[in-house]
Design a protein around this ligand. Structure first.
Ligand SMILES: C[S@@+](CC[C@H](N)C(=O)[O-])C[C@H]1O[C@@H](n2cnc3c(N)ncnc32)[C@H](O)[C@@H]1O
Length: 229
């Protein structure tokens, strides 16, 4: 089901554009800086540059929106290692927000290629980088993903207050299934219920960076537990 949505363009404090969803009454990024948020809350905590040195990087961009988080990650990875093989899979419900990519020119080097994306063109390959959006409810689309596949997960739904169904133990359990051991899931929220649900799904978590809000984000890791009986 797509939102019947009213999308209003906004300029955030780092002078980069985002949208306000007037139906949800939430913006797609922090007002303190949309592009800043992509780098500081997702790319840096998930250690994208370090991962790029290995030559292969698979990122799951949950709630893809206008794609700033993964476009920033690709840019950082290619800056570190231009030959890195990169695969991004985005999960997004709403075709209208994907069509808004055309209207944007954020200071993210790889974003120029994201402009190929639309509700009708959900994937592209540029040299050693592949980007593919799975359009639909993340609860369903995530079930099609392989076990132990991703080196990083960017988890960026609307807030737990307006979208509690996106922060459930069952969706975190899917994230746990698809993330590699020692890989990092990053999100902006530090809400108690979010962390409790992550833990119930098997993750251990820690504070993420504080960027543009009072509380920290959360980073979560998969840990293999060997029980000796
Ligand atoms: C906070 S915005 C994400 C911003 C995005 N990461 C970016 O950089 O532009 C939340 C996104 O979640 C999407 N969404 C809402 N419900 C969803 C669902 N059930 N499955 C997948 N995406 C969903 C919305 O359409 C919206 O694009």
């Amino acid at each position: 089901m797509a939102f019947i949505q009213k999308l209003k363009k906004i300029i955030t404090a780092d002078n980069t554009e985002s949208f306000l969803n007037e139906e949800v009454q939430e913006s797609y990024h922090s007002h303190s800086g949309a592009v800043e948020e992509a780098y500081k809350k997702y790319v840096i905590p998930c250690k994208i540059k370090e991962l790029a040195k290995t030559g292969e990087l698979k990122i799951l961009d949950v709630c893809f929106g206008i794609g700033y988080n993964s476009a920033a990650a690709i840019s950082a990875a290619l800056e570190e290692n231009p030959n890195c093989q990169i695969e991004v899979i985005g999960l997004e419900l709403d075709p209208d927000i994907i069509n808004k990519i055309q209207e944007l020119s954020p200071p993210i080097p790889f974003y120029q290629h994201y402009k190929q994306l639309s509700a009708n063109t959900l994937q592209f390959t540029k040299d050693n980088v592949t980007v593919k959006i799975l359009l639909g409810d993340a609860h369903q689309t995530s079930t099609t993903l392989q076990d132990n596949y991703f080196d990083a997960i960017f988890f960026d739904p609307f807030s737990p207050k307006t979208h509690p169904h996106m922060w459930t133990t069952s969706l975190f359990a899917e994230m746990y299934r698809v993330i590699k051991e020692h890989a990092i899931l990053a999100t902006y929220s530090c809400a108690r219920v979010v962390r409790d649900n992550m833990k119930e799904a098997g993750f251990i978590y820690d504070d993420g960076p504080i960027v543009g809000r009072r509380g920290p984000g959360t980073i979560a890791f998969k840990m293999e537990i060997t029980l000796k009986i």
